[in-house]
Design a protein around this ligand. Structure first.
Ligand code: ADP
Length: 169
């Protein structure tokens, strides 16, 4: 069974085999987690993303899917990029958000990663309410049937941390 842990902090500082990026489908950078990962990880990550756009992902990475690159200068071996769904008050699809976690863990399994750090995908610019996003995230990880030993949720602020902590109890 995968062990789920929580820390409060900046995901770019996490020592883990893989850190997950809340990317957008262009794979070419953005704000929030994405911006921080590219800033701290250096140009190698963007170079790898550009190569993906030039090969398998000409139209970008579809929502709910995941793909790995180097982690550049981050204290991790890989960045797994996944694209969360944008929240819409009338009818957002929770299965797409769950898919981000499942597909990222599938990629982690293919890489042989033992520890994977996730941000709270879709809860920033993409607007998903933290409580619902935390429930979907925890459920998806628990149900993933992954070989990963530890999934670490890295929450940026105290309210987010507390919400995930409640969900894990
Ligand atoms: P999305 O576009 O999927 O909503 P964001 O990157 O905008 O992704 O935000 C996702 C979550 O990550 C938000 O809760 C945000 O507060 C948090 N966050 C932003 N920067 C970082 C960081 N450096 N480390 C960890 N979490 C972060």
């Amino acid at each position: 069974m995968v062990r789920i842990t929580l820390v409060r902090g900046d995901i770019t500082a996490e020592e883990a085999d893989a850190v997950v990026n809340a990317a957008n489908s262009s794979l070419l950078g953005g704000g929030g987690v994405d911006g921080a990962i590219h800033r701290r990880g250096g140009p190698e990550i963007l170079e790898a993303c550009r190569a993906l756009r030039a090969s398998h992902y000409g139209k970008g990475l579809p929502t709910g899917q995941a793909v790995a690159t180097t982690a550049g200068r981050l204290p991790a071996r890989w960045v797994i990029h996944t694209v969360g769904p944008v929240y819409q008050a009338s009818g957002s699809d929770p299965s797409l958000l769950a898919s981000c976690y499942r597909e990222s863990l599938k990629v982690a399994d293919e890489l042989g990663a033992h520890t994977v750090a996730f941000p709270a995908i879709s809860t920033g610019a993409y607007g998903w309410p933290m409580e619902e996003a935390a429930r979907i995230a925890v459920e998806a990880v628990r149900g993933a049937g992954t070989a990963v030993d530890e999934v670490r949720f890295v929450l940026f602020d105290e309210p987010a941390y507390d919400t995930f902590a409640r969900e894990l109890r």
